[in-house]
Write a protein that binds this ligand. Structure first.
Ligand SMILES: [Zn+2]
Length: 498
């Protein structure tokens, strides 16, 4: 695992350097606690410090999370660790609860990644310093701890939301770690208990800088009528997971370097999965300083990065929804694609029961793959060929529920998307970029990118030339693309849907 040398780690700790937050954890041998580098407690002596690159590694080494600096609130940069894409994909699957519940196993996880179980363990130890099981366990403990501190959810709900099989197991693990019952970690207060049904609010920290205005502008331009709404600096949307319907609200808490997320959802078991989706949509896990620095080495991109530090690559809320939008966006402007998406929702989306409506303009959920696959016709104002590719996409998603989950290598994922009728290279790369959150995906034939690259360098390149040019931006070509699109969007208002 790559960590800066011990002296640098210790200096980061002494100066409470927030640039290391999320990248570095320190286990204190004299207390058995592990901390973020920004912990307000007195700095331990050098000989009592052990440094780790992940919370899971610290926890696997026997340390428990600090109650003051709360490691669960460090920016979650885990998916950026190391150079192994396999590890990143495995972490995305674990965040998606791949190791929670009865049927889950490391064997099954490695199968989905197309590698052997032993190899997966070896990669985890190398890049994270912890086994896949320890990573999943740490994730559960830290999420539960966050729910205990930040919400008034009853303990039974906390246990279920964090993915513990039972309340008994939850209690056991917390007693082992902290020597006391989970409920005693909560500060006493008079506030009434809350449930996910009525709404819980959490803070998701990111590594600064974060270009919130660009993120919000991106979402606003694409907001699907009746499903999404951007208003007064708040992003709202309706959500459907496993047949349950709820809503999500996201605001920026700049001084706290966090997003404030309010989730209303009737089934507490999906809370962690919804939080994971918010993180992916808003790209809170990016190690943005490293990315900006890498892209700035290119003299053409450097001024763009300087102008918009912390620009994120927005994800998609849901793989299927995103893929549908990619097809709706083929050859038309952002505004036209948004209009088509609204039409699709009107004709095939499910109305939300009145009791669940959280905002008068958010009345529907996006149509499911099942609904579109079963529809007699799609009936949208667009060419018949594109309507039948929507249908083919829906059928593919129904027959393979893991279609939009990380799988194999990026090339394999692209090939799998391309096997769907009407999904070409551009659409496949675009889906990989936004839905799979592949940081190196790059739709080189995108007209906006080609135009943007042309205006930056004086001559519009061919897609092949742009690909050659983009070699320098690896492994973060998706972020380079976002910079070019953003510049292009401010120059030409009615561009293609990207
Ligand atoms: Zn601490």
């Amino acid at each position: 695992m790559e960590l800066p040398d011990q002296e640098i780690c210790y200096r980061a700790l002494q100066t409470r350097d927030s640039r290391f937050d999320g990248l570095l954890f320190v286990g204190v041998t004299s207390t058995g606690v592990y901390c973020r580098p920004v912990c307000p407690a007195r700095t331990p002596r050098f000989q009592h410090c052990r440094f780790f690159g992940s919370a899971a590694a610290a926890q696997q080494a026997g340390f428990r999370p600090c109650l003051r600096c709360r490691p669960e609130t460090a920016p979650d940069l885990a998916s950026w660790r190391g150079t192994s894409n396999t590890v990143s994909r495995a972490l995305a699957l674990i965040a998606d609860s791949a190791l929670d519940g009865d049927g889950a196993s490391v064997g099954r996880l490695s199968e989905r990644l197309g590698i052997g179980e032993r190899q997966l363990r070896r990669l985890f130890i190398k890049h994270l310093g912890a086994s896949p099981i320890a990573v999943a366990q740490t994730r559960r403990v830290l999420f539960a701890k966050q729910l205990i501190h930040e919400t008034r959810m009853p303990m039974t709900e906390v246990a279920m939301a964090a993915g513990f099989g039972s309340v008994r197991r939850f209690n056991e693990i917390f007693r082992d770690l902290f020597g006391r019952a989970p409920s005693t970690l909560r500060r006493e207060g008079s506030a009434a208990p809350v449930s996910t049904e009525t709404g819980v609010t959490l803070r998701l920290r990111y590594r600064p800088p974060y270009d919130w205005d660009c993120m919000l502008a991106h979402l606003q331009a694409r907001a699907i009528p009746a499903v999404e709404l951007v208003e007064n600096g708040t992003y709202r949307r309706t959500v459907e997971v496993d047949g349950f319907v709820g809503s999500v609200e996201v605001v920026h808490l700049g001084p706290q370097q966090s997003l404030g997320v309010t989730i209303r959802f009737p089934n507490v078991r999906f809370l962690a999965a919804i939080v994971t989706r918010v993180r992916r949509l808003f790209d809170t896990g990016a190690d943005i300083e490293t990315i900006d620095e890498h892209l700035s080495r290119d003299p053409v991109l450097a001024p763009l990065v300087a102008q918009r530090p912390g620009l994120r690559a927005p994800g998609g809320w849901d793989g299927f929804e995103l893929a549908v939008r990619a097809i709706l966006g083929q050859q038309v402007s952002v505004a036209a694609a948004r209009h088509l998406a609204g039409q699709l929702v009107e004709r095939h989306g499910k109305p939300i029961p009145v009791a669940r409506i959280s905002h008068s303009r958010l009345t529907h959920v996006f149509p499911t793959a099942e609904a579109l696959a079963a529809a007699e016709s799609i009936r949208l104002d667009m060419p018949a060929a594109r309507q039948s590719s929507l249908k083919a996409l829906a059928q593919a998603a129904v027959s393979d529920p893991n279609l939009f989950r990380p799988f194999g290598t990026i090339e394999e994922a692209i090939a799998r998307f391309r096997s769907i009728r009407g999904v070409g290279e551009w659409t496949a790369q675009y889906i990989a970029l936004r839905a799979l959150r592949e940081p190196d995906a790059f739709p080189a034939s995108d007209i906006g990118l080609l135009r943007g690259a042309g205006s930056l360098e004086g001559l519009r390149p061919t897609p092949q030339r742009l690909l050659v040019r983009a070699e320098l931006w690896r492994p973060w070509r998706a972020y380079a693309a976002q910079h070019i699109w953003t510049v292009q969007a401010s120059a030409i208002p009615n561009r293609r849907n990207t």
